[in-house]
Design a protein around this ligand. Sequence first.
Ligand SMILES: Cc1cc2nc3c(=O)[nH]c(=O)nc-3n(C[C@H](O)[C@H](O)[C@H](O)COP(=O)(O)OP(=O)(O)OC[C@H]3O[C@@H](n4cnc5c(N)ncnc54)[C@H](O)[C@@H]3O)c2cc1C
Length: 335
Amino acid sequence: MVMPSGTVSDKHKKLIRRGELFQMILPPSYPGSSFLQKIGQRFINKAQKLEKKYRQAKYFKAKKGVCISAGGFIFNRAMVKEYAPKYSKGMPLGTSQDNGSGIRLGQSVGGRTKHMDRVTAWRFLNPPMSFAKGMVVNKDGKRFCNEMVYGATLGDEMCENNDGKAYLILSEELFKSSKLEAAKSLPFQRDAAKMLMTFNAVKRKNVDDLAKVYGINGDNLKESIHQYNESAINDDYCFLGKASKDMKKIDAPYYIMDISIDSRLSPLPTLTLGGLEVDESTGNVINSQGKAIKGLFAAGRSAVGVCSNIYVSGLSIADCVFSGRRVGKSIGEII
Ligand SMILES: Cc1cc2nc3c(=O)[nH]c(=O)nc-3n(C[C@H](O)[C@H](O)[C@H](O)COP(=O)(O)OP(=O)(O)OC[C@H]3O[C@@H](n4cnc5c(N)ncnc54)[C@H](O)[C@@H]3O)c2cc1C
């Protein structure tokens, strides 16, 4: 389906742009965001009316092959619940067209999918560096990851093995230095840290009261803080491989912040990594018998790619370039 070029198409683009602008001002879980979402939706509804009235069906005959490259499915919440339920409370990251239509199209002609449960979840603590010098525990009051690791590694550990629950604990000294460091960070990092510290942080004088804030196991939390402090003062690495130079002793009063997947004030960005299974040498979509479907190819996040098992920054985009070129080469070689 395409919109004919000209004034209607220009108006359509303008409405979509304006609608998306309103919807992107605040993350959808922030208080006050639903108002902005509604205003944005009004522009998008108008654009959709134009679409219904003026769009035209156009048919193209592909002589050699077709490549599905329509993004992932993070905005199709039903698909996320079906394939990757551990991530269904995360904040979708991408474009609204990451709705799985490409993957579904491939499936409709027998394409097999893989790694559909794999999603990358980004819980970046640093900056401010003092956040990462603090301690993160799960609902059981236990540490589960070196807080200095890359954000997608922490997010993965949180969601895969800890029910998406995580709480950041800081001493007053770390809390104060976090404020100073956040002020010097990039605006998007500064604002996220400020939101957490201003509206999410709860201060408590002792560990028993601290544990009660989020119903965390108090005995385990006491033990975790004790172990953390031991590692911080010894010139060594803790059991999770964090160096003592990266740890600061955590004394009362304590601050706790909810950084779980369902934290409204600290939304967890997520994007899907699985898709149509392809022949690794050609990009040809594979069917349920493991055979290539003639003439059907897939690339980018509609397909399984280099980043599908685990993501690090750059790996998805690099795979999009690589997989797109692979398909181009394969189709070019078809006689
Ligand atoms: C804020 C942000 C930061 C990111 N940072 C990084 C990073 O640092 N490193 C990294 O590797 N990745 C990063 N990513 C992820 C990366 O950008 C995406 O994984 C990648 O762009 C996906 O590319 P794609 O071509 O598969 O899909 P897309 O870029 O989503 O393109 C798909 C296109 O298909 C169109 N489309 C969808 N459905 C249909 C349909 N039915 N018919 C016709 N057209 C359709 C869409 O409109 C879109 O134009 C980031 C993403 C975001 C949102």
